[in-house]
Ligand binder design. Structure first.
Ligand code: ADP
Ligand code: MG
Length: 404
């Protein structure tokens, strides 16, 4: 710059601009130095509206590389679900502006985010981005759980009230049945009444079991014996459905501390689900083996109930515990990927006469035993249900909404 600066207003302006640029560079360098210390995203734009810097979290949220985004117009980099919005350009001087919005990633996906904007003294702008995906998921789960607790209590109350009159109807119909001659048509109607009342009773009982799960009475139990009992009960149904049974039991399976009645109920439901998933027949395999499972520290309650459990002292690291792993494999219809996350939801069923409570009851029983249940499936190929029982005697997390 050779021009005499004092006399020319133009060069004075150039000086101002240069000073601003220098100020922005300094501000940008200072903020960028902090950028990778932040867990939030940070984007900086220069006074000309070009993006100069984004930290790694911002790059992740936007789905871009820093090479792509550097020097690009702010409206192209930070887009929201509102077409044409350009938050960085709209940043005003003064206190930061906060908005919750849906950010658009480069590939067009929406990310719920809290965006905090600020116009810098040098004329540049900065945006802090907080990804709200996880928060929203937790909130949704919490709301669902609260709703289920209320619905569960209500259902349990109603179910309880319904059971007594049902028993009355059933015994009256039984008596009536004996009053007609064996050839009398009316006997048939009595049987229909009894049958339908039984079905209602079954639904209502399931509902009660779900809403007020029984506390497991643990005793030394051989899992293979429980399995055999269930298979005996289901043998006829399997034969009718042309389902071949296969057993793959490890040689030495240790004794487990289980409530045999409750576990029988779980296995009965899992086996019935598997058989029902093979309308054209198939193979049902039961596999028992040893393994380990990682547990989260919160699950470490060794005492009777989670309420008595002392919080895990020291490091909150995961723990490997030895388990007996039962796998129930079928070669049936499988489960579509989008349905898989809903299988354990109470009342979720794809069957005309299903209650949708089998898996949710099974899950709470297994969790009460300190175990875990999970499902893997491929549509059209089959389903594998994995149940893990801890070798030690331990109780799991009792559902908070459950009452004794
Ligand atoms: P229900 O058997 O009354 O429908 P469950 O809670 O036992 O209720 O199961 C919920 C749903 O999960 C079933 O309706 C079915 O769609 C799906 N499901 C469970 N087990 C299997 C399986 N082995 N193969 C395919 N789908 C299954
Ligand atoms: Mg079922």
């Amino acid at each position: 710059m050779g021009a005499p600066a004092k006399t020319s207003t133009r060069s004075a302006r150039i000086e101002d601009v240069n000073a601003l640029h220098a100020a922005f560079d300094a501000e940008c360098t200072a903020l960028a130095g902090l950028g990778d210390l932040l867990s939030d995203g940070l984007v900086l734009a220069d006074p000309a509206g070009r993006v100069r810097y984004a930290n790694s979290e911002a790059l992740r949220m936007i789905g871009a590389t820093s090479a792509w985004l550097r020097g690009r117009a702010t409206g192209e980099v930070l887009r929201t679900a509102v077409p044409g919005a350009d938050p960085l350009a709209d940043a005003k001087p003064g206190p930061p502006q906060v908005e919750e919005t849906l950010l658009l990633t480069r590939s067009g996906n929406e990310v719920p985010a809290r965006v905090t904007l600020r116009r810098l003294a040098s004329g540049g702008a900065c945006a802090a981005l907080r990804d709200l995906t996880q928060d929203q998921r937790l909130q949704r789960e919490l709301r669902l759980r609260e709703r289920l607790a209320t619905v569960g209590e209500l259902a349990a109350g109603v179910a309880h009230e319904i059971r007594n009159p049902l028993a009355g109807i059933s015994s009256a119909a039984q008596v009536l049945l004996t009053r007609f001659e064996p050839r009398d048509d009316r006997q048939k109607f009595c049987r229909v009444i009894i049958e339908q009342v039984d079905r209602l009773d079954h639904t209502v009982t399931s509902l009660l079991k779900f809403a007020r799960p029984a506390e497991p009475q643990l005793r030394a139990t051989r899992l293979d014996e429980v399995i055999e009992r269930v298979l005996t009960l289901e043998a006829e149904r399997c034969a009718e459905a042309k389902v071949t049974l296969e057993r793959r039991f490890a040689a030495r399976v240790p004794t487990l501390y289980l409530d045999p009645g409750l576990i029988e109920q779980v296995l009965l439901n899992l086996v019935q689900n598997a058989v029902q998933a093979m309308p054209g027949g198939g193979t049902l395999t039961l596999e028992v083996g040893l393994g380990t499972r990682r547990t989260r520290p919160a699950e470490r309650s060794r005492g009777r109930r989670s309420a008595d459990a002392t919080p895990a002292a020291g490091r909150p690291t995961a723990e490997e515990i030895p388990v007996v792993r039962l796998r129930i494999l079928d070669t049936g219809l499988g489960v579509p990927k989008e349905v898989l996350p809903r299988l354990f939801d109470p009342f979720f069923t794809t069957k005309a006469s299903g209650t949708g409570l089998g898996l949710s009851i099974s899950q709470s029983i297994i969790q009460e035993h300190g175990g875990a249940i999970s499902i893997a499936s491929r549509e059209g190929r089959g389903t594998t249900v994995i149940v893990e029982f801890p070798l030690e005697k331990r109780h799991g997390q009792r559902r908070e909404d459950a009452r004794d």
